[in-house]
Design a protein around this ligand. Structure first.
Ligand SMILES: Nc1nc2c(c(=O)[nH]1)N[C@H]1C(S)=C(S)[C@@H](COP(=O)(O)OP(=O)(O)OC[C@H]3O[C@@H](n4cnc5c(N)ncnc54)[C@H](O)[C@@H]3O)O[C@H]1N2
Ligand code: MOO
Length: 420
């Protein structure tokens, strides 16, 4: 934790110091002691996609609950399955999906039955209609079905009381079909992770506001809001706050209950970087670490009340990389999901990028080829973490590997989103 006021040799980061902490160690520190947020919400399966289920979901009844037809056709009783086709039977009724089972099927008769309709007692097989011919009140069968043909048995999918979904899983469409089939009006979900987003900098004007000399508009909050949005996240926008410890501290005090505060700017340790002090004024405790990472060398990490705090450098690409490497795994851990830091895919570059550093480095990259010969990328832009146009034109980030001129790992943008 550094103090406000004039910088001293002790408070300024030393540019000649060894490159810094590796990102794996930094993530381990960030995740140390993190537990999934406590608190439960009952949520309709219509709105539950992408969130963690807290408890096992048992089947309240067998699935399907009754034997039913798997095809549109005609129902036969067991004694009639011994007949040699073709043979003709009188039509004794009909069952559509949603009808009650009704009377038992009498041997020597057939009934019209549609897919999903209850098979009444005595029904032994459905012959699908393509092998039958109806003439008024009689049906000729051109094929004899086997016992049980085209009948879905009660409980064949799941028995009553069996576990349909395990607690802890992230609910995807395939799981929600089962939750729907079980008739669950709501599911017990972990409450959303509350994430606050704040940009710091006296140079930042509000959206729609004309720029005064020396001002720019905020790129980081819209970008981070998009990166960190997920079904299991509730975002709170704390806005842009000038480099003043009192205003920063007041904003933090007003923020309410957060699980994670994500900030950008004011981490390099200059005399205008008041964020660590403001967090201390608001009752928190943070430290700025230097990482072996570009962009994103300075990283602020600590806590404020119940909330974890992560602060990234003000340059937009520093925030992009920091959020992808640290904020997304932390949010996932808080949401009770595996933190899964981005792994990327093997790829190669079409040419050696200039201005490389010997540490983990990320560059905006365009996908040139993705075929049998692997993934070929081109780095865009001059490698400046302030440039936005190369980032917007890219398909993802290329992770340059120390000592490897052309071999990289490719992180498509979609894979870096908290909700991916
Ligand atoms: N002498 C040194 N100077 C700098 C170093 C260093 O190691 N020694 N590191 C550079 C790197 S790398 C970064 S990243 C930044 C980190 O500095 P801060 O986190 O204190 O960020 P600021 O100074 O507030 O801003 C840096 C840069 O980014 C612009 N910015 C800030 N917020 C936003 C925003 N929300 N939207 C768009 N742009 C933003 C800001 O205007 C500055 O241009 O320090 C370097 N300097
Ligand atoms: O964090 Mo700075 O943007 O490394 O380049």
């Amino acid at each position: 934790m550094r103090n406000d006021g004039a910088p001293t040799a002790a408070t300024l980061p030393d540019p000649c110091a060894p490159v810094g902490l590796d990102t794996g160690t930094a993530l381990a520190l960030i995740l140390e002691g993190v537990e999934a947020v406590a608190g439960e919400e009952a949520v309709s399966p219509m709105l539950a996609a992408g969130r963690a289920l807290l408890r096992d979901l048992p089947a309240p009844a067998p699935l399907p609950p009754f034997p039913n037809a798997a095809m549109d056709g005609y129902l036969l009783a067991e004694p009639d399955l011994a007949r040699a086709a073709p043979f003709t039977l009188p039509l004794a009724g009909q069952r559509f999906a949603g009808d009650a089972p009704g009377e038992a099927l009498r041997p020597g008769t057939t009934i019209r039955i549609l897919t999903g309709a209850v098979v009444p007692p005595g029904g032994a097989a459905v012959m699908y209609q393509e092998r039958c011919e109806r003439h008024g009140d009689a049906v000729t069968f051109h094929q004899t079905p086997l016992l049980g043909a085209n009948i879905r048995g009660a409980g064949e999918d799941a028995g009553a009381g069996s576990t349909l979904l395990r607690g802890g899983i992230r609910l995807e469409p395939q799981h929600l079909a089962l939750a729907g089939a079980a008739g669950a009006a709501t599911l017990p979900l972990r409450r959303r992770v509350r994430v606050g987003l704040m940009s710091t900098g006296s140079e930042l004007a509000r959206p729609g506001e004309a720029l005064r000399p020396g001002q720019i508009h905020d790129s980081n909050r819209p970008m981070l809001a998009a990166l960190l949005t997920a079904p299991f996240v509730s975002l709170q926008d704390l806005g842009t706050v000038p480099d003043r410890p009192d205003l920063l501290a007041q904003t933090l005090r007003d923020a309410g209950d957060l699980d994670l505060l994500v900030t950008t700017g004011a981490v390099a340790g200059s005399e205008a970087d008041h964020l660590p002090r403001a967090i201390a004024l608001a009752g928190g405790s943070v430290a700025v670490q230097r990482l072996a990472l570009r962009p994103g060398k300075p990283l602020l990490h600590g806590s404020l009340g119940q909330a974890r705090v992560l602060g990234f450098g003000g340059n937009p690409l520093a925030g992009f990389v920091g959020a992808s490497l640290f904020a997304v795994p932390l949010i996932r851990a808080l949401a009770g999901l595996p933190p899964a830091p981005p792994r990327g895919r093997e790829a190669r570059l079409d040419e050696v990028p200039g201005r490389r550093v010997d540490r983990r480095e990320f560059r905006p990259a365009q996908l040139l080829e993705d075929g049998a010969d692997g993934v070929l990328l081109r780095c865009l832009g001059p490698g400046s973490s302030a440039r936005l146009m190369p980032l917007a034109a890219a398909d993802g980030l290329a992770e340059l590997l120390p000592g490897e001129p052309l071999r990289v790992r490719f992180h498509p943008f979609a894979s870096l989103l908290a909700g991916s």
